[in-house]
Design a protein around this ligand. Structure first.
Ligand SMILES: NC(=O)c1ccc[n+]([C@@H]2O[C@H](COP(=O)([O-])OP(=O)(O)OC[C@H]3O[C@@H](n4cnc5c(N)ncnc54)[C@H](OP(=O)(O)O)[C@@H]3O)[C@@H](O)[C@H]2O)c1
Length: 288
């Protein structure tokens, strides 16, 4: 029998991660790893996916993306029982309403949405020839009020009092995508790295479904920002399942079509600065 294709999805117990996991698992050539911070919630998701798809190759593993130690533990555990890894969806995320520091003393939104995924991806790439990586971004990488790049240290250690942590974390997901692709290409590896914007969806993200009046407001005033959970998860799953996909370092927008991300997201100096700072940060953390 041919080997199953394993896909890891972070934050797969809810919203986009859960729906995409279900749609990928519907294809029984795939084995899903639900990488979640709450194993009880993950168990419910796992059971629901198995029941609905009939695919019993759905597993759950503990991962808290806001903790670098948790990322290391996850990778060790995964390596112990997996010889290959086909796909990775860096999806787990928290909204910009959160304030506080991670266990590693980094602003919590950046730590959860970006830093943990950076480390996770790089650790996994040390062992596996991953075929496809999707980093979940957002159109809020380019917020209506605009965004200016800052010293990375300021972004890592901000108190998020100006509520820019979320846009920076999602802009960082695009810089990470593009820089990682460039580096993997130089190494001659065949991984495809892309970012994906699901659009504004009704999930647990903002603490539960938006009131109808807000949905109507967004649909009317900001049609370009509105998304649909079913459509976006279908598109993300299709991109993972599509063997003919050969696109890289692109920003998919709520569909299997890519568009340009913001002009700021193509600033190569920022992209390099972010990578170098992150790499240095992790090295320092390891030496502690
Ligand atoms: N919803 C939107 O309007 C929207 C718009 C654009 C982009 N996005 C992006 O889409 C992605 C998925 O969000 P969603 O809308 O599906 O929201 P969601 O329903 O709240 O799902 C988020 C998932 O991330 C998990 N998570 C949060 N912090 C984590 C951590 N430290 N470690 C591991 N897992 C963690 C959550 O786990 P718990 O259940 O344990 O909290 C949950 O499984 C996010 O990256 C988000 O930024 C969402």
């Amino acid at each position: 029998m041919e080997e199953l294709r394993t896909v890891i999805i972070t934050g797969a117990n809810s919203g986009l991660g859960f729906e995409s996991a279900k749609k990928i698992a519907a294809n029984k050539e795939y084995r899903l790893i639900l990488a979640c911070r709450n194993l009880e919630k993950a168990k419910q998701a796992q059971e629901a996916i198995i029941k609905e798809t009939g695919n019993s190759n759905v597993e759950r593993l503990l991962l808290d993306t806001s903790s670098l130690k948790s990322v290391e533990d996850f990778v060790e555990e995964f390596k112990n029982h997996s010889d290959s890894l086909f796909g990775l969806i860096n999806n787990a995320g928290i909204s910009g309403m959160h304030q506080g520091k991670s266990v590693d003393n980094v602003e919590i939104v950046m730590a959860t949405n970006y830093l943990g995924h950076w480390y996770l991806t790089n650790l996994l790439l040390e062992k596996y020839d991953i075929k496809k990586i999707f980093n979940i971004s957002s159109d809020m990488h380019n917020p209506p009020q605009g965004l200016k790049w800052r010293d990375v240290k300021d972004i890592f250690y901000s108190d998020n009092s100006d509520r820019t942590a979320y846009p920076y974390s999602k802009l960082s997901a695009i810089y990470f995508t593009n820089e990682l692709q460039e580096r993997l290409d130089k190494e001659g590896r065949n991984t495809l790295v892309n970012s994906f914007n699901p659009g504004m969806m009704q999930t647990n993200f903002a603490g539960g479904p938006m009131p109808k009046s807000r949905v109507l407001f967004v649909k009317t005033m900001m049609p370009d920002r509105f998304g649909d959970l079913d459509k976006s998860s279908t598109a993300l799953a299709s991109l993972m399942l599509d063997d003919s996909l050969d696109v890289k370092a692109k920003y998919f927008d709520r569909s299997v079509n890519f568009i340009d991300s913001s002009p700021l997201s193509y600033e190569i100096d920022n992209q390099k600065e972010l990578w170098n700072y992150t790499e240095g940060f992790i090295k320092e953390w390891k030496n502690k």
